[in-house]
Design a protein around this ligand. Structure first.
Ligand SMILES: *Cc1c(COP(=O)(O)O)cnc(C)c1O
Length: 331
């Protein structure tokens, strides 16, 4: 099915597009718009809502009572899944990388919203999540590595599995609903990337004369290229004739848990000037990258950029908890 037809037939809830009125951009010849998916829901934030929506609907349709998913101890996806499941009347189980920490605000939020947490070592987590990806991708037979996954139903009963970060075909289909909602014209779409699921959904719905830039939040984000391609196929939606996205891998700032003062300063200044909050892991880095590229004349004059605000503001709590800096930003 054509991705745009699919999206239009699915009546997504929608989020506003906002002009970013920033004095900094006045003489740049660039127009900056922002798709405010962060405003969709306070707890099922931004692209997590997009990615969970069809997964949860499918679970309900298939008469599942429990959703099981994976995430790090500060994961936006874990927080969002816990809340979304509670709202949908489903039980939820989170397989968490690392050890329990009763002072961790994300884990506590998940628990308060009914999520049962199961902690596994980093190594076991890595095995489980990579096996789970392969199971989804190729329906491969169960080998040594996939056994931890295969044993999940034994331990937890019948569960509906959602991969780490909501990275599956249903997640992509939810993200394919973002661009068709927009009436404004734009030339370049920018989006932060973790698993690349959002990027895959955007890529499927981009018009021929538009460009898509993905900003990986992790170091060495080039590996996402293959993941995005796989996810696009998994969605079952029609592929664009050419690869129309590009990864900009220079703005990871060291990875998830790092917050460099240069980035923090940029985020605070941006919010002061525009009134728009950003998160420290994804959208902050993407916006830093966009502004840096504007300064370096990467975009032609007259370009209209659409930045996707994928949400993630709960990530500030994790940053605060890690005590990497004194919180000077409130949200
Ligand atoms: C999870 C998250 C992302 C990453 O999305 P992917 O679809 O996994 O690439 C981007 N931005 C925010 C704010 C997020 O919370």
């Amino acid at each position: 099915m054509d991705a745009i037809d699919y999206a239009k037939s699915h009546k997504p809830a929608g989020s506003p597009v906002q002009e970013v009125n920033d004095p900094f951009l006045e003489d740049s010849g660039i127009r900056l718009l922002m798709k405010r998916d962060d405003l969709i829901h306070q707890h099922i934030s931004g692209n997590k809502w997009r990615k969970l929506r069809h997964n949860i609907a499918e679970a309900v349709q298939q008469n599942h009572h429990t959703i099981l998913t994976f995430g790090g101890a500060y994961s936006n996806h874990i927080a969002a899944t816990a809340f979304a499941c509670k709202k949908a009347g489903l039980e939820s189980i989170g397989i968490i990388r690392g050890e329990d920490d009763l002072t961790n605000p994300t884990l506590n939020f998940a628990r308060e919203n009914g999520m049962q947490l199961d902690f596994v070592s980093r190594e076991k987590y890595r095995k489980m999540t990579s096996a789970e990806t392969r199971c989804f991708a190729s329906q491969s037979t169960i080998d040594q590595e996939t056994q931890d996954i295969a044993s999940l139903p034994e331990r937890f009963g019948r569960v509906f599995l959602i991969p780490e970060g909501g990275a599956n075909g249903s997640g992509v289909r939810g993200c394919a609903e973002i661009l068709p909602e927009i009436e404004e014209n734009f030339d370049v779409v920018c989006c932060a990337a973790g698993t690349g699921t959002t990027l895959a959904g955007l890529s499927l719905t981009l018009k021929e004369n538009q460009q898509l830039l993905g900003f990986p939040a992790l170091k060495g984000g080039g590996f996402l290229k293959e993941d995005v391609e796989r996810l696009m196929v998994e969605s079952g939606l029609r592929q664009p004739p050419t690869v129309n996205h590009q990864l900009i891998t220079d703005y990871h700032f060291g990875g998830y848990a790092k917050l460099k003062s240069e980035l923090l300063e940029f985020i605070n200044d941006f919010t002061d000037r525009t009134g728009i909050p950003l998160d420290p892991i994804y959208t902050g880095k993407m916006m830093f990258g966009i502004y840096d590229l504007i300064q370096k004349s990467f975009f032609a004059e007259g370009t209209t950029i659409l930045a996707i605000h994928t949400g993630g503001l709960q990530g500030w709590q994790g940053m605060k908890h890690r005590r990497l800096f004194q919180l000077t930003f409130s949200c």
